[in-house]
Design a protein around this ligand. Structure first.
Ligand code: MLC
Ligand code: AMP
Length: 505
């Protein structure tokens, strides 16, 4: 194969008239038309002077054109760097600078903010709007529908996905052709996806879940996707009858269950519901089965590793567990202090090794060495245990991380912004249970002596700096933070104290 990922995911569909995407307005896009759009874009990208291995940073709304940009990057041998549409200009600037992106693709409305960034970093900038408007598609008009796929090998990089770190600095996880392809192949087989499937796709396409799990698997299977711009309850209910399968974060499931229209009849024809990216409460799993008769298949993954474990397709899908290691994935539970395996059944940190595991963090060899062992095991930072039947249970995290509606928030990053407020002496950011998002962010701040701070004033300082989903939903003001005898802030005490803030929200 010339370019294993492109050839496997896209190449075989060339010229096919079968539907690939069903859009919210009722129109469809065939595989052939989608690939032609990708090819035209690939001509634009290479015409701009991009060379294989160059990074393309894209902060664009979900659309068929946005997905075609991914196809174009793979076909042209470029490294695709998708970015959350919620990121602010300071956040984006870091990713663009750190990755040394040669091209920025952004919404037409963001151009004025990002042009100076592009100029400073000598990157090119093109625009792509939610309706396929903007300079990129204009340039693509009239380009040939075929593009000679750029040869790539299994170890060549295809994507950087940035993940925040406990120090507050985001790291670019480098993923290769074979990382993505091996995982997509495994998932397609394990979850029995075929060309007969239609996946209800309401996830964003700037993260592993919506792009590499959902989209790559469907491309490999040759099925179709109902491609919704975002999760909208009415749209979900309206489109479920046309779908055979759905992938979502737990919030999708709790929102569906909270709507009386979501009943047994609506889900009766479905083949498979899959959940991941955050813990699915056992209670949600059970309620879902009572309501629909379906048992949700929960799986576990990460940006750095793609998918690691999955409950079985056939056999018991056990609530409160993420199933078994996928074929080809070695998983062990170790003592964080020694790195040695703990006795079966005991809690330890989860480590994984396999063809799915990334190559390290871009230009951060020391960070890479902290998490990726020389023998190939990646230290996930999740705490887990194996139950008596070998199912993996995730019981907590060995990393200070909040997962809200499937988005990761690193408290350190928020604390740094709060601490920069002139009237704030120090802060602690914690995650507390939330009925819709699973967890949400609470900021605990201590004012400087003689200073008066209020919630609105503190929140103002985060609004320009951080994406909306990272903003604390509540600010608690305390005279001091609880500390242990070593002087370390006791976040567990704060979590216990403020854990029920959103219980009835
Ligand atoms: C939106 N908001 C959020 C939020 N999403 N706040 C906290 N956490 C979130 N996840 C903000 C909005 O900006 C809005 O701000 C307010 O919260 C309410 O918005 P909403 O309309 O209720 O939210 P909605 O747009 O419906 O989005 C919620 C959601 C979405 C859960 C549908 O966040 C989502 O699609 N999440 C999926 C994330 C995902 O794909 N994760 C996979 C990562 S990969 P305001 O201003 O109105 O107050 C990974 C690996 C793996 O983890 O294993 O898969
Ligand atoms: P991300 O960095 O966005 O890829 O998030 C990865 C993290 O999401 C993992 O390290 C886990 O903490 C969490 N995660 C993913 N899937 C699950 C799951 N099914 N149950 C619990 N946590 C999960």
């Amino acid at each position: 194969m010339v370019n294993p990922l492109y050839d496997s995911l896209f190449g075989g569909h060339s010229g096919k008239t079968d539907t690939f995407l069903h859009l919210a307005d009722g129109s469809t896009i065939s595989y052939g038309a989608f690939l032609a759009m990708g090819a035209r874009m690939a001509h634009v990208l290479t015409g701009l002077g991009l060379q294989p291995g160059d990074r393309v940073a894209a902060q664009i709304e979900k659309s068929p054109q946005a997905l075609a940009l991914y196809a174009a990057c793979v076909q042209a041998g470029l490294v695709f760097l998708p970015l959350n549409t919620a990121y602010t200009v300071p956040e984006l600037t870091y990713f663009i600078e750190n990755s040394e992106a040669r091209l920025i693709v952004c919404d037409p409305d963001a151009r004025a903010h990002l042009d100076p960034v592009a100029a400073r970093l000598s990157a090119k900038l093109e625009t792509l709007g939610a309706d396929g408007d903007g300079s990129l598609m204009k340039r693509a008009e009239g380009q040939p529908d075929h593009f000679a796929t750029v040869p790539r090998g299994p170890d060549d990089l295809v994507a950087f996905l940035y993940t925040s770190g406990t120090t507050g600095r985001s790291k670019g996880a480098m993923l290769t052709q074979s990382n993505l392809l091996s995982n997509a192949q495994t998932l397609q087989t394990e979850w029995r996806f075929s060309s007969a499937d239609t996946l209800l796709h309401a996830l964003p396409i700037f993260h592993t879940h919506g792009l590499f799990v959902a989209t790559n698997v469907m491309l490999l299977a040759g099925g179709s996707m109902i491609f919704l711009p975002r999760f909208d309850l009415d749209q979900m209910i309206a489109n479920l009858p046309r779908a055979t399968s759905m992938m979502g974060v737990p919030t999708f499931y709790t929102r569906l269950l909270a709507d009386a229209r979501f009943d047994k009849a609506l889900a009766a024809h479905m083949r498979l519901f899959i959940s991941g990216s955050a813990p699915l409460l056992e209670e949600t799993h059970q309620q879902f089965e009572e309501r629909t008769g379906h048992r949700i298949l929960e799986r576990y993954g990460m940006t750095e590793t793609n998918m690691n474990t999955s409950n079985p397709y056939d056999g018991e899908r056990r609530a409160g567990t993420v199933g078994f290691p996928l074929p080809g994935v070695d998983l062990k539970i170790t003592d964080p202090a020694t790195g040695q395996k703990v006795p079966d059944g005991e809690v330890g940190q989860i480590e994984v090794r396999g063809p799915n595991v990334f190559q390290g963090y871009w230009r951060m060899p020391e960070k890479t060495a902290e998490e990726l062992r020389p023998d190939g095991f990646f230290i996930t930072g999740d705490l887990g245990r194996l139950d008596a039947d070998g199912y993996v249970q995730i019981v907590g995290r060995n990393k200070d991380l909040i997962i809200s509606g499937g988005y990761n928030i690193y408290p350190k990053e928020v604390e740094q912004v709060l601490d920069a407020h002139p009237d704030v002496l120090e802060s602690a950011v914690i995650g507390v249970p939330h009925p819709d998002f699973g967890e949400t962010v609470v900021g605990v701040v201590v004012p400087r002596p003689g200073c008066d701070v209020d919630e609105a004033g503190v929140l103002e300082c985060v609004s320009d700096a951080l994406a909306r989903f990272k903003h604390p939903r509540k600010i608690v003001i305390l005279p001091e933070l609880p500390r242990n005898t070593m002087g370390k802030v006791q976040k567990n005490v704060l979590r216990d104290q403020y854990g029920d803030l959103f219980q009835n929200a």
